[in-house]
Ligand binder design. Structure first.
Ligand code: SF4
Length: 317
């Protein structure tokens, strides 16, 4: 299944997610990634899936008549790694007026072919967490061939060639890329890229590495002031609690974890929903304290919080 949602998103309204990569295919292995470790760290663009089957799933989702504010390429890695992304965007634009967004880590924009492939999108949201190679390697753990100098060059060239909107996202990890000296360098790099918006984020969702800690709202607010009027905070802190939610899906997840610990892949298989959609509801249940995460042999499992509480009560007696 390549489609998930439409899921409510603060930035994009109701977003129909399109996932065009096998999990998890990326040029980076960010310490804050919520999808786990990168299995296939690559910069090679490939033909991953059949274009017609992806397009027919998008058509069916639109025909279902739900509100869709954006058709958004995101998901199990960096979407431009799929060599067909340009063709997919072109075909979507032929068939609907719904705007198309691409969420990308931005590393492949150094290639003219990738910049060209994204040229028909309405909105591109690249990320940039580092202005130096040292911090790039510490936070994003890139493919060995990637140099931050070239990534920055790619972003600048894309800005000059692309007619749509660019919202540059920066994710801050406490003690990693938030020092005053690094902030100065990032600000300079961002000014040279000249995006339409600068979106500031932090580690809100459970990261792959425990060492990846979030900034608090006040710290992020100071950074927002430092970056100036184009900057906005997109980290959803406790706003995630107030998202519209599907009672049925939350109940179905709770029923599953009450029986046994499950991974996102297990849930996806048995509930017939995309992992990214389920991840959003797991985040809500985590924040509500109804489920918890346990790591076993490098895999992330979700467990019911009730079982732990019951055991604690027994121990007290
Ligand atoms: S770029 Fe995105 S998908 Fe890739 S490792 Fe970083 S956070 Fe995960």
């Amino acid at each position: 299944m390549h489609i998930y949602g439409p899921v409510p998103s603060r930035r994009l309204g109701y977003s129909l997610g399109v996932d065009i990569l096998p999990s998890k295919t990326c040029s980076l292995d960010c310490i804050y990634c919520q999808l786990g470790h990168t299995d296939k760290k690559t910069v090679q663009r490939k033909k991953y899936f059949d274009v017609d089957s992806i397009l027919s799933q998008i058509k069916n989702a639109i025909a279902a008549g739900h509100r869709i504010d954006y058709i958004t390429f995101s998901g199990s890695g960096d979407p431009p790694l799929n060599v067909f992304i340009g063709k997919l965007i072109q075909e979507i634009k032929k068939n609907t007026s719904i705007p198309v967004a691409v969420l990308t880590n931005g590393t492949l924009l150094l290639h003219q072919s990738v910049r060209h492939a994204l040229s028909n999108a309405d909105l591109v949201v690249p990320s940039l967490d580092a202005a130096t190679q040292e911090i790039f390697e510490r936070v994003n753990r890139p493919h060995p061939s990637l140099k931050i100098r070239q990534v920055l060059e790619g972003l600048k060239n894309f800005r000059q060639e692309f007619c749509g909107k660019i919202w540059l996202e920066i994710l801050f990890v406490k003690g990693m890329n938030d020092s005053p000296a690094h902030l100065k360098k990032l600000k300079k790099a961002v000014a040279e890229i000249n995006p339409d918006k600068i979106q500031l984020n932090t580690v809100i969702r459970p990261p792959v590495e425990k060492s990846a800690l979030a900034l608090n709202y006040q710290e992020l607010e100071k950074i927002r002031e430092f970056f100036g009027t184009k900057a906005e905070i997109v980290a959803e802190f406790d706003k995630i609690r107030h998202r519209p939610e599907s009672r049925d899906l939350k109940d179905a997840i709770l029923a599953m974890v009450a029986r046994r610990p499950v991974t996102l892949a297990d849930m996806s298989k048995s509930l017939g929903k995309h992992k990214n959609e389920l991840n959003k509801y797991c985040d809500i249940l985590l924040m509500e304290g109804k489920i918890r995460i346990v790591i076993h042999e490098g895999k992330k499992f979700f467990k019911s919080q009730k079982q732990k509480n019951k055991r604690a009560m027994k121990d007290k007696k």
